[in-house]
Design a protein around this ligand. Structure first.
Ligand code: ACO
Length: 331
């Protein structure tokens, strides 16, 4: 039973993508691939790649500043900073704490949340509950990943897919029924080996052997992920709508996780949503993991695609496996 006393709404958004653009033509010179293969199988034309000296907190900090400015909120007003990421600056402290210091958010708790590509949706769901329970009034959620730092640049089956970016939102308390209308999160850890980094944790600490075996890089069984992603995202969409008593007819805009254009098209088709109501920017950014949804949301709002009162449905899917959704009435 829901015991929330408040609601939460998004009052500001921002994003940051690194300057360097890596095109499919560039990749043709690095691995045995082609622009034609990448575009037809994934929809990706180019992606942004962080500079060697840029870390997770640098991208997150830029996105956070933009979101705070958009919301008109000062860093000291924040009571929590939650960063959805699997590519934090280091094992610990959390990137949330590093961003807290960069922002001077002296009154905020800070932590990271690991749900792979679903990190942003999981983080919003968590912070929404923290605000709605009356625990706090203002918080910052950042979705950010630099998968370029953990991708094997000799593996053509994965290195063409990913890019780096951060997106952020400011969440503030509001009356129940406004802003975020519902969230849904689920997982299936039995499918962990579809998408994972084998070494670098306590199970298999980094050693000369793990490096020689290239086990510190991301590995993925793309076809298995693909099949599961479509069904899970469709289910997450329907469940969050049901919980809010709305239907797909009420949805003005779908923002799906940007992993592959064929996954996006398949989900939109199953949900019977026309292309005009689906946000796609995978052609310009590739899969930025936890960054995809807040980046796409910020771009859509700034482009005037989201108006006051519009219902926005965000659905995600990622390693874990994890998946989920957010239903938002934009204020
Ligand atoms: N360039 C050229 N050929 C390639 C490339 C490449 N970059 N990558 C793979 N191939 C080859 C394969 O080796 C294979 O060759 P073979 O038939 O001689 O063995 C052939 O292309 C077909 O490979 P498939 O893996 O069957 O290609 P598919 O059409 O399934 O597309 C892809 C692969 C793009 C990875 C797809 O399966 C996919 O998008 N899956 C979902 C992945 C995903 O969404 N991941 C992220 C979700 S979670 C998260 O966001 C972290």
């Amino acid at each position: 039973m829901q015991t929330y006393v408040k609601g939460s709404k998004i009052t500001g958004t921002g994003h940051y993508a690194p300057e360097r653009i890596l095109t499919n033509a560039d990749l043709e010179k690095m691995v045995d691939t082609s622009d034609e293969w990448i575009v037809s199988r994934t929809g990706i034309r180019e992606r942004r790649i962080a500079a060697p000296e840029q870390a997770c907190s640098d991208l997150a900090h830029n996105a956070a500043r933009a979101a705070l400015e958009d919301a008109g909120v000062k860093a000291e007003e924040l009571e929590a900073i939650v960063v959805g990421t699997v590519t934090g600056d280091m094992q610990f402290p959390s990137t949330g704490c590093i961003v807290q210091s960069m922002l001077g958010a002296t009154n905020a708790a800070a932590f990271d949340l690991n749900a792979a590509c679903s990190g942003f949706v999981y983080s919003v769901s968590t912070v929404h509950a923290m605000i709605a329970s009356g625990q706090m009034k203002k918080a910052l959620v950042i979705g950010v990943d630099l998968l370029s730092k953990i991708v094997d640049w000799e593996d053509r089956t994965t290195c063409v897919l990913f890019g780096d970016a951060a997106g952020a939102v400011v969440l503030e308390a509001c009356d129940r029924g406004e802003g975020i209308l519902g969230t849904y999160t689920r997982s299936d850890g039995s499918l962990a080996e579809l998408l994972y980094v084998k070494a670098g944790g306590s199970r298999r600490p980094v050693s000369a052997e793990t490096v020689a075996e290239r086990e510190h890089f991301l590995r993925m069984k793309g076809d298995g992920v693909f099949k599961y992603a479509v069904r899970a995202m469709e289910d997450a969409a329907n469940r969050v709508l049901d919980s809010a008593g709305l239907t797909l007819n009420d949805v003005d805009l779908l923002i799906p996780h940007q992993a592959n254009i064929r996954i996006i098209d398949a989900v939109a088709k199953r949900l019977e949503l026309p292309k005009e109501r689906v946000v796609v920017n995978i052609d310009r950014y590739g899969n930025t993991s936890s960054g995809t949804i807040p980046l796409a949301l910020d771009e859509a709002i700034r482009a005037g695609r989201v108006n006051k009162g519009d219902v926005v449905l965000m659905v995600t899917f990622g390693g874990g496996l994890t998946w989920g959704s957010i239903l938002l009435r934009h204020t």
